[in-house]
Design a protein around this ligand. Structure first.
Ligand code: C2E
Ligand code: MG
Ligand code: MG
Length: 451
């Protein structure tokens, strides 16, 4: 058999080595170059204990530009970014390019947080000047994650992971943010990991429960359905809010398992309610980005035996906007199967009314933030009024969330709001209490004993 050397006689060993360590598009070093340099630096600094810093930078909004102007323009931007970075980094520093629009830096002379933030700001400014594509200019911003050796990691992998965590935090805060991995972040990560472990165990032990909050017709207070709300009380951590553990399950990639258990339990409970009452279930934003969601939901309903016509799914504007195409597909498929879709927390998400027009919903839930101040704040009252008018015009049902007093209810009734939900009508309660509530509040309700 011929060796690679024989097959490629014109490429020297050195050249092969260089190719393996560089990014062909920009000519910068690649991930392996960075890894080797960091290892070398860490070995040096282990003798002479002085910190150094690494950074990962990710361009904000590069993908839409690439999609809109084409990959040739995208490549051109990446080359211009590389050029600017090479020109602006301090002496002794290294810049590399990783996947796609991700770049990294090794900064041997940056020892602490303010130095890292200062250099992050400088690079950000350099990258924010317009990019010349011949026939047009485009602008970009970038997000940064810094990690300082040895505190944020004693080896390359750990250090890189810390920088990635910092970058993730930056991205979550919006565009153009700079984050330096800190003790607080390390603490939070530790707490989140403990919570994650406890939650994973709770799911396996079937210890996450669902409670139900009545949704009523405001004109006569009669119950029309219930919203399922996840509840978890951990032996050590105590009560943990779903507003904390649902996003954690999303972030750590096990929202599907959690949501399936919750939907199963909620649907089983709904079987004991009168058939004309609906079950409203919250779908997380990660689920609206996952094309498998429709099938999972319909399969769960099928196994439990709950008619899809009795299910409503609550989704948020922000979730719909983040991954519009996939969300659109999921919504269409579910509606075709008979499931109704309501837009939760309306008025608080990041949406444009124009984009919302492209989606088909059945119901809008006005966020508590407006409802709770409806009797005291004129602006809130006008917003609620406008949302109700919009829903009437678009033939959408409307639910006001967070009704706490008879005055709120009366006001909303006067404004023509069809449905309501809130502590005034009933707090979220477990399955048994919910059945008792139905006894007291639903005409002709008799409990059907189920095996
Ligand atoms: P959400 O879907 O907007 O649910 C309404 C929240 O408002 C619930 O909080 C409910 O207990 C609370 N609430 C209802 N009426 C009143 C009121 O009159 N006054 C006040 N102050 N609060 C009221 P909760 O149960 O803590 O849930 C928080 C959020 O967590 C939910 O907001 C929802 O986004 C999420 N969540 C809860 N359960 C699930 C679930 O099973 N799956 C998913 N994906 N998310 C869930
Ligand atoms: Mg909800
Ligand atoms: Mg809500």
């Amino acid at each position: 058999m011929k060796s690679a050397g024989n097959l490629l006689p014109q490429v020297s060993q050195n050249e092969l080595q260089a190719m393996a360590y560089s990014d062909p598009l920009t000519g910068l070093g690649n991930r392996y170059r960075m890894r080797d340099k960091v290892r070398l630096l860490a070995a040096e600094r282990a003798q002479d204990p002085a910190p150094f810093t690494i950074c990962i930078a990710n361009l904000d909004g590069f993908k839409p530009i690439n999609d809109l102007f084409g990959s040739v323009a995208g490549d051109e931007i990446l080359c211009q970014v590389a050029h600017r970075l090479k020109a602006c980094i301090p002496d002794g520093a290294t810049v590399t390019r990783h996947d796609g629009d991700e770049f990294a830096f090794i900064l041997p002379l940056i020892f602490e947080r303010t130095g890292a933030e200062r250099i992050g700001q400088m690079i950000k400014d350099v990258l924010s000047a317009p990019y010349d594509l011949g026939d047009r200019n485009v602008r970009l911003s970038a997000s940064f994650g810094f990690a300082i050796y040895p505190f944020a990691g004693e080896d390359f992998e750990e250090l890189l992971k810390s920088a990635e965590t910092a970058l993730y935090r930056s991205k979550r805060r919006g565009r153009g943010q700079i984050t330096v991995y800190s003790r607080e972040i390390a603490q939070e990560m530790k707490r989140a990991t403990q919570l994650e472990q406890a939650l994973r165990n709770a799911i396996i032990a079937d210890a996450v429960d669902v409670h139900f909050q009545p949704i009523v017709r405001i004109s006569d207070g009669s119950v029309v359905g219930f919203e399922a709300l996840a509840r978890w009380i951990d032996a050590d951590l105590g009560f943990v809010s779903p507003a904390v553990f649902v996003p954690l399950a999303e972030e750590r990639g096990f929202i599907d398992a959690l949501s399936e258990t919750l939907l199963r339990k909620a649907a089983e409970a709904a079987l004991s309610w009168p058939r004309d009452l609906f079950l409203s279930f919250n779908l997380s934003s990660a689920q609206l980005m996952d094309p498998g969601t429709t099938e999972t939901i319909l399969a769960t309903l099928g196994r439990v035996g709950l008619d899809p016509y009795r299910l409503e799914l609550e989704i948020t504007e922000t979730a719909v906007m983040t991954s519009a195409d996939t969300a659109q597909r999921i919504i269409t498929d579910l509606r075709q199967a008979g499931v109704r879709i309501s837009l939760d927390d309306f008025g608080t998400g990041q949406s444009s009314l124009g984009r919302l027009r492209d989606f088909t919903f059945d119901k809008v839930k006005i966020d508590r933030a407006f409802v709770s101040r409806i009797t005291t704040d004129r602006a809130s009252e006008h917003i609620v009024k406008a949302i109700i008018a919009m829903c009437q015009g678009l033939d959408l049902e409307v639910v006001a969330e967070g009704i706490e007093t008879p005055e709120d209810a009366e006001k909303l009734n006067g404004l023509g709001c069809g449905m309501g939900q809130g502590y005034y009508y009933g707090r979220p309660a477990d399955g048994n209490v919910t059945l008792r509530y139905l006894h007291d509040h639903y005409r002709d309700f008799v409990t059907i004993d189920r095996p």
